[in-house]
Structure formats: structure tokens, C-alpha cells
Design a protein around this ligand. Structure first.
Ligand code: FNR
Length: 338
């Protein structure tokens, strides 16, 4: 097994080891004002949406995790099938491994095989050349490309990058790839200054991946031989990052720490166009089976439609009018930063 494949398998093992269903995060510090008399009716169609020109049954999706190893082929096959059957989008893990190891293509392509017409999002690291990024998008037959920014993860890896001047390459990728580009974090969120910088350089869609869920400093620290656990606290909470993105007026996906349909609704109220879920879905599948995850996704769809009605919304476009309020600790952070 190559070093990169081995790292991918270690990430899977450690993401499982550190998964904490009870972890409290910024979604718990955010509350929505519910009308006692909503005058609404539950309708499964109320949560339907469109992404990159294709119809979807729900605004939440399976976000980037894996590819590039034997284990990840099986995972992507199962997730691809669920995405197809439940008509939700599916983002693959970083395919930058394909730059050097084209024999791993099947572990990514399997998602398209299982889901010929659905929304599939490819993912690369910010150092991937524009030419390779274009080839990867074509080979995976992706509808869009996520480029992940993961400075803290790199810092926590002894073998990680130490040169974080990535913007010029992001621009080159955008010029070469003819599908929508999503700039994504991996669990530490986007701050206002970086959002503005990206906006000024023509990027118009972010996947916030704020803190509160999977913590890659924790995962990499476990692979390290010296302690860098202090990096685990450097993330910007998902709700804070979403408020920043909203203020800057950029389109964004809310992700990072999403655990249930109410978190999804809160993500939409914050102004997210879509809501991404990574480790929660993966762990529900790994600790049960693919059928269990499919049923869970079906339940999330039903429950999100119920929540919309509870909050008096007939469709997704009405959701952003819902009023929200925050616990003092989160309000203090928002007051200082926004
Ligand atoms: C990830 N994530 C990730 N992100 C990315 O952009 N490219 C990648 O290759 C990976 N790989 C990966 C592997 C595993 C096992 C996990 C759990 C996660 C990060 C992921 O997309 C997401 O941003 C964070 O996990 C935060 O979301 P959750 O897990 O809290 O929902």
C-alpha cells in the first residue's frame, strides 16, 4: 500500500476512534424562534432543491471523505448508492492521490457508476496542478470541484506542507476547470478576511466546514510523534463562520458538526444554500450497515419536512426568514467578530 493510501486508511480509523456523538457545538448555542400557530402543512416537496442544474430531494448531502484505498472503494460504493437512491448530492474525498496513483481511480469512479445522473462533487488539495484538477474532474465526471484549504491539518502533519501560498494555484485551477468551484475548509471554518480575498479573486461558493465536528488536528495529532494538541482549538465554530459568510454576501454551504435535521434547518436559517454532513453519516454506516444509513437519510428527509412546517415554512426559500437567537457565549463571539 502506498504512503498516501495508508494515510487515507488511518484517517478512516481515527475518524471512527474520535467520533463523539455527544459533542456539544455552536449549533447547540443557536436557537430558532418557533411560531406556536404556524398555519402550515408537512410536505416532502418543501425540501426539494436544485444543485448545479440537477434536481435533488433534499438540501443536505454527504460531504467529502474518502477515496484512494481499498477500504474507501467500498465506502464510496455504498455512499454513492445511497446518494442515488435518496437523490442527494455526494462529495468524494480528495482525489489528488490520482496525480501519482492512477490505479486508485476506481475508488472514486465507483460513485458515478452507482449514480449516473446524480450530483457528484470531486475534491482536490490546493496544490494540485490546474491540468491534473481538470483531468480529475473529467475522469470522475463530476458536476463541481471542491478545493480544500487545510492549513491546520497540514501544520499538524509532520510530513505536511509548510508553504501556504495557495491563491495563485486556486485561480489557475478555476481558469482551467469548466465546472463550478467550491472552496472548502476541512473543519476549521472561514474568516471574513479570507472570504473577502476569495471573493475579490472571483470565487463565489464556499463550503465553510467550521469547527464543532470532526477535528483534523486531533486526528493528525494521533499520527504524530510530538504533541500538537493545542492546534485542536484553532477552529472557527460553524455558526460564527456562517454569520461571517452571510455578512460578506457570498454563497455558502454550511458544514462541520451537523448531527441531525435540526442542525440542517439551522444551517439553512443561517443562509446556507446546502448543508454538508461527513463523519456523522460515515460512522452511522460503519457502526451499522449501508441499509441503516439509507433509512437514516430517509428519516432525515421526513423530519426536515416536518421541521419546516413546525417553523411555518412552505419551502426552502422561506426558511431564512426564521428568527434566531444565541446563548451568551456564542453571542459574545459574534459581537466581537461580526
Ligand atoms: C474528511 N474531510 C475531508 N475534506 C476534504 O475536503 N477532503 C478530504 O479528502 C477529506 N477527507 C476526510 C476524511 C474523513 C475520514 C473525514 C471524517 C473527513 C473533512 C470533511 O469533509 C468535513 O469538512 C469535516 O469532517 C467536518 O465535517 P463533519 O465531519 O463534522 O460533518
Amino acid at each position: 500500500m502506498s504512503i498516501r493510501s495508508k494515510r487515507k486508511e488511518e484517517h478512516l480509523t481515527l475518524a471512527q476512534m474520535f467520533f463523539d456523538k455527544e459533542k456539544v457545538n455552536s449549533f447547540d448555542q443557536m436557537h430558532l424562534l418557533r411560531p406556536t400557530l404556524p398555519e402550515s402543512v408537512v410536505d416532502p416537496n418543501s425540501i426539494k432543491t436544485r444543485m448545479f442544474g440537477k434536481d435533488l430531494d433534499a438540501p443536505f448531502f454527504i460531504n467529502a471523505m474518502t477515496g484512494g484505498s481499498a477500504k474507501s472503494l467500498k465506502i464510496n460504493q455504498a455512499l454513492g448508492k445511497i446518494a442515488h437512491q435518496e437523490k442527494i448530492a455526494f462529495a468524494l474525498g480528495s482525489a489528488s492521490i490520482l496525480v501519482n496513483e492512477n490505479d486508485q481511480l476506481e475508488s472514486f469512479f465507483v460513485a458515478r457508476k452507482e449514480n449516473p445522473d446524480g450530483v457528484i462533487i470531486a475534491n482536490v488539495n490546493p496544490l494540485t496542478s490546474a491540468r491534473d484538477a481538470r483531468r480529475i474532474v473529467e475522469e470522475i465526471q463530476a458536476d463541481a470541484l471542491q478545493i480544500h484549504l487545510n492549513t491546520i491539518q497540514e501544520a499538524a502533519m509532520p510530513e505536511g506542507d509548510r508553504d501556504f501560498r495557495w491563491l495563485n494555484n486556486l485561480i489557475e485551477i478555476r481558469q482551467s476547470v469548466d465546472k463550478p468551484i467550491i472552496i472548502k475548509e476541512v473543519g476549521f471554518g472561514f474568516d471574513s478576511k479570507s472570504i473577502k480575498l476569495l471573493q475579490n479573486n472571483g470565487f463565489d461558493l464556499l463550503d465553510l466546514a467550521g469547527s464543532g465536528g470532526t477535528n483534523f488536528a486531533q486526528i493528525e495529532n494521533a499520527r504524530n510523534n510530538h504533541d500538537v494538541s493545542y492546534l485542536e482549538d484553532l477552529g472557527l465554530p460553524t455558526v460564527v463562520s456562517a454569520m461571517m459568510a452571510k455578512k460578506e454576501g457570498i454563497d455558502f454551504i454550511v458544514s462541520g458538526g451537523v448531527r441531525n435535521p435540526l442542525d440542517v434547518l439551522k444551517g439553512l436559517v443561517l443562509g446556507g444554500k446546502y448543508v454538508g454532513i461527513s463523519n456523522f453519516f460515515l460512522q452511522e454506516m460503519l457502526s451499522h450497515d449501508a441499509e441503516y444509513l439509507q433509512e437514516l437519510v430517509q428519516n432525515w428527509k421526513k423530519d426536515l419536512a416536518i421541521l419546516l412546517a413546525l417553523y411555518g415554512c412552505n419551502n426552502l426559500s422561506g426558511v431564512s426568514k426564521t428568527e434566531s437567537y444565541f446563548d451568551l457565549a456564542l453571542k459574545t463571539q459574534l459581537d466581537q467578530l461580526i
